[in-house]
Ligand binder design. Structure first.
Ligand code: NAP
Length: 212
């Protein structure tokens, strides 16, 4: 498929490389696409770069991997017609500019709300699926762990979630579907929990597993 990855950061690069590895055609987007020219040079085949609007237009599936505080701004740069009816994999977390407190990152959202709900409210025609938000970038594609980890996902569209679950399976994950967009209130804070052992003990190589 054609995947548009909005994000010049480490998550954008990791997921873009994952999609390339599994044979997809990928465009990465940035407000300044020249910052992605090294990546383009390294991945000539099936790799493209563009601004946010070009990237959203290119993608049959879009990945939003931008700074949480600027996620709505980044989507507005895409142009509504380039987003409407598409699947958007939302990797963002609502991390504020305040520093972590004893290893606990600061969010700009409150407990009974979430960043993905803000996006879904602004773009009701988009099929947002929260995924990949509760693990560090180096673990997102084929993580090397003793057992298969669980990715917690949510979104209002069942077909969109099925597509994202297939991608997660390919990337080495089992999925736990937590329901509709409101479940992002529980999924986004998993990032806080995931980061604690990193900030406290410099341990960044772990993931969550649902046991029954
Ligand atoms: N790092 C991780 O391991 C990890 C793991 C899970 C989830 N996440 C989440 O994934 C997202 C991406 O994380 P990251 O570490 O790869 O990168 P990041 O530094 O959080 O974000 C970089 C991206 O944000 C965009 N951006 C910054 N300011 C902007 C603005 N004013 N308007 C529009 N776009 C703007 C940048 O656009 P330009 O290219 O135009 O500069 C760039 O593409 C974040 O929401 C993060 O919380 C990160």
């Amino acid at each position: 498929m054609k995947i548009g990855v909005l994000g010049s950061g480490t998550v954008g690069e990791t997921l873009a490389n994952g999609f390339l590895k599994f044979g997809h055609s990928v465009m990465r987007g940035s407000r300044s696409k020249e910052k992605l020219s090294d990546w383009l040079e390294k991945n000539k085949q099936n790799a493209h770069i563009g601004n946010f609007e070009e990237t959203a237009n290119f993608g049959e599936i879009i990945v939003v991997a931008v700074k949480g505080l600027e996620a709505l701004n980044a989507l507005s740069l895409c142009g509504e017609k380039n987003l409407s009816k598409k699947i958007i994999i939302d990797v963002t977390n609502p991390i504020s500019n305040n520093p972590p407190v004893n290893g606990v990152v600061n969010f700009f959202t409150e407990m009974n709300s979430s960043l993905m709900e803000q996006m879904q409210k602004k773009y009701p025609e988009v099929n947002f699926v929260k995924a990949f938000s509760s693990v560090g970038a180096p673990m997102m594609v084929q993580p090397k762990l003793s057992i298969k980890p669980t990715m917690f996902i949510c979104g209002n569209s069942e077909p969109a979630k099925i597509t994202v679950m297939e991608i997660l399976e390919q990337f080495g994950w089992e999925s736990e579907d937590c329901g509709t967009v409101e479940a992002a209130r529980a999924i986004e804070p998993l990032c806080m929990l995931w980061c604690i052992s990193g900030f406290r003990d410099n341990d960044w190589t772990h993931a969550f597993k649902m046991l029954r």
